[in-house]
Write a protein that binds this ligand. Structure first.
Ligand code: AMP
Length: 188
């Protein structure tokens, strides 16, 4: 079901918001490979109220933390990360797939839940000591987020927290992030 016309009932608290968001997710079996249950966030993006709700929930965590920038991971991390940065009034740092950034980069390769990947960041994307929140749509095995954190730390960013809209807790991706603080809006 695509809840494009869904209207939000009166929300009594965070749990009802999380329940509504969870219900709106669509699971697509065997995408992009057999055996993968792909969590499709597009029904949430199509609904302005739900999209705004996600952005507000993420922004609430950082509104008082005086972060300097939000880093988002290619590609769905850009959707949430850029909106969060805009709402917080801070800059946005894209961490992109290899070969997409035009200036000098540092890169890192890692394993995915399906396949492998190399990500890159501009070498001047962050100033040493800047407080950064890392945002992505989903934490699965944690390889992507761990690689992104590694790149940010190589640039001496002070990463305050990694924030995911969805965490697939059974894949234990959090363990790969070590001591680095991590928060998820929805845990499946
Ligand atoms: P991982 O490195 O395994 O934590 O994978 C995280 C990245 O892959 C995120 O940026 C997600 O966009 C994507 N991803 C991995 N598994 C899934 C899944 N089951 N459903 C949707 N996206 C996924």
């Amino acid at each position: 079901m695509c809840p494009t016309h869904l209207t939000l009932p009166h929300m009594k608290g965070m749990n009802s918001a999380i329940a509504i968001l969870t219900q709106a997710l669509r699971t697509v079996p065997d995408f992009p490979k057999p055996g993968i249950q792909f969590i499709d966030i597009t029904p949430i993006l199509q609904n302005a109220q739900l999209f705004r709700l996600v952005i507000n929930l993420i922004c609430e965590r950082y509104a008082k933390k005086r972060i300097d920038a939000v880093a988002g991971i290619d590609a769905r991390g850009f959707i949430f990360g850029a909106a969060v940065a805009c709402q917080l009034g801070v800059g946005f740092i894209p961490i992109r797939k290899k070969g997409k950034l035009p200036y000098k980069t540092i890169e890192l390769s890692y394993d995915l839940e399906y396949g492998s990947n190399t990500i890159a960041i501009h070498e001047d994307a962050v100033l040493p000591g800047q407080k950064v929140a890392l945002v992505d749509d989903l934490l699965a095995t944690g390889g992507t987020a761990a690689a992104a954190l590694n790149l940010l730390k190589q640039l001496d960013a002070d990463v305050q927290e990694s924030c995911f809209f969805i965490e697939l807790s059974f894949l234990k991706g959090r363990e790969l992030l070590g001591d680095s603080p991590c928060h998820s809006i929805i845990t499946l």
